[in-house]
Ligand binder design. Structure first.
Ligand code: GLY
Ligand code: MN
Ligand code: MN
Length: 430
């Protein structure tokens, strides 16, 4: 992305700070796994959104005094020995020349320089405190500063996360690319699945497509859940055998240029739905289609969720899984044992992306260029009380990523088949 994209975001954020202010935004840090081996590093999304700076142990300080704005970046200094092991660093000079900082310092000088900056500003803004406890350098001065500065964590975070809710053209392009790669990965999985395989073989095929497409990270641990394992919502062991006659639920998405995709499909391992599987599947699909059709600017999450509950309760009544009056069943939350999660979540730099569902004390209304998932499901765990055993162990979720547009919405993951006939046809292909 162009540097000006990040610069404009910083300027917009600074507008919401009052008085002479400092906003302190730390990067992610490398977390040690053992001795000198680290867990995979992924930049913190808030820090990335404002800086585009890829390294760990950095702190962005946005400074506002009267009409003057300054962007100060603390980062790891050049170190030829460390760079032999861990790769080239941008360094202090590069922070200015390549990443557009007005001033840059070694993170090792953070305490001294921050001490000086803090004297110039009356208001200190930062993000939620847990982030400040990570990193080697970045908390000693800040924790001292917290004691004597007026600290406004939530105002910064609320505004930043409000900005992240609405995607610009660059972000929408990244999300379309993440969707395209993820769709291809799911298609590959549908084609290769055979009874007797292990879930991890399917996981490997998904990850191969994503990695070979240049997506170094997945947006989250993939879920490859055959049969009853699909009733565990976040099953990630992915070591079960794929049995003839069962369904397979795959919930997997690539991250492309830091932006997430989040797709779930559920399909028959042997390529043909049973009558029971197809009946339940069609209820979930109907719920998903109706919710997607309802998405347009002005709609709220609670309306979308209530619609999904209504369709699922009506479907479960028709199949005899629930008995009684639909409104009374909804009122008593009789669907909860089978549909226990929400209709979806925001999507963006993070898979469960930031942004409040409230606007003040009112439900937030969808607006153009917000992105959300739509992911109803029905899960009938083995041994469910009062349920005919023919339904046991069926877990179904269908999930797509939806961009709100001026007129309605655009389903970013639409090209991945989800009608039962289309799935069965795709599974016949090699
Ligand atoms: N992949 C996690 C979720 O769908 O929320
Ligand atoms: Mn999701
Ligand atoms: Mn998902």
């Amino acid at each position: 992305m162009e540097l000006s994209v990040f610069e404009n975001r910083r300027l917009e954020l600074l507008q919401c700070l009052s008085g002479d202010a400092l906003a302190v935004i730390p990067s992610a840090t490398m977390v040690l796994r053992n001795r000198d081996v680290h867990y995979p590093f992924r930049q913190h999304s808030d820090f990335w959104y404002l800086t585009g700076f890829p390294e760990q142990d950095a702190v962005a300080v946005l400074f506002k005094k009267g009409d003057v704005f300054r962007y100060v970046l603390f980062c790891q200094p050049k170190d030829p020995v460390a760079e032999v092991w861990m790769g080239e660093r941008v360094g202090v000079d590069g922070a200015c020349t390549v990443f557009g900082a007005d001033e840059a310092y070694s993170i090792q000088d953070f305490d001294t320089v921050m001490g000086r900056l803090l004297q110039e500003a009356s208001n200190l803004y930062t993000l939620s405190l847990p982030q400040l406890t990570v990193g080697q350098y970045q908390h000693s001065v800040l924790s001292g500063a917290l004691a004597h500065c007026r600290l406004t964590a939530s105002a910064l975070e609320d505004h930043l996360h409000l900005m992240r809710l609405t995607k610009d053209e660059n972000e929408m392009a990244c999300m379309r690319l993440a969707a395209e790669v993820s769709v291809r990965a799911h298609q590959q999985a549908m084609r290769m699945v055979r009874p007797g395989m292990h879930a991890y073989e399917v996981q490997a095929a998904l990850e191969h497509v994503m990695l070979a497409s240049g997506c170094h990270h997945q947006a989250y641990e993939p879920i490859v859940a055959p049969g009853k394992h699909a009733c565990v919502l976040h099953y990630t062991d992915n070591d079960a055998v794929l049995c003839d006659g069962d369904l397979l639920l795959i919930d997997a998405g690539a991250e492309s240029d830091y932006y997430a995709c989040d797709i779930t499909r559920t399909f028959p391992i042997n390529g043909r739905f049973t009558d029971e599987q197809k009946a339940l599947y069609n209820v979930v699909l109907d719920a998903q289609n109706q919710v997607i059709t309802a998405i347009e600017p002005g709609v709220t999450w609670d309306v979308l969720h209530a619609l999904s509950v209504k369709v699922i309760v009506d479907g479960l009544l028709q199949l005899g899984i629930l008995v009684g009056d639909a409104d009374a069943l909804i009122e008593s939350q009789a669907h909860k044992p089978f549909y226990m999660h929400g209709i979806g979540h925001w999507l963006g730099l993070d898979v469960h992306d930031v942004g409040s569902r409230l606007d003040g004390d009112q439900p937030r209304r969808l607006a153009p260029h917000m992105v959300l998932t739509v992911e109803p499901g029905i899960y009938i765990a083995p041994g469910s009380d009062g349920i005919d055993p023919k339904w046991y162990g069926i877990g179904i979720r269908i999930e797509d990523d939806v961009l709100v547009t001026e007129q309605g919405c655009d389903v970013l993951t639409e090209s991945l088949v989800k009608d039962p006939d289309g799935i069965e046809a795709l599974m016949q292909q090699d």
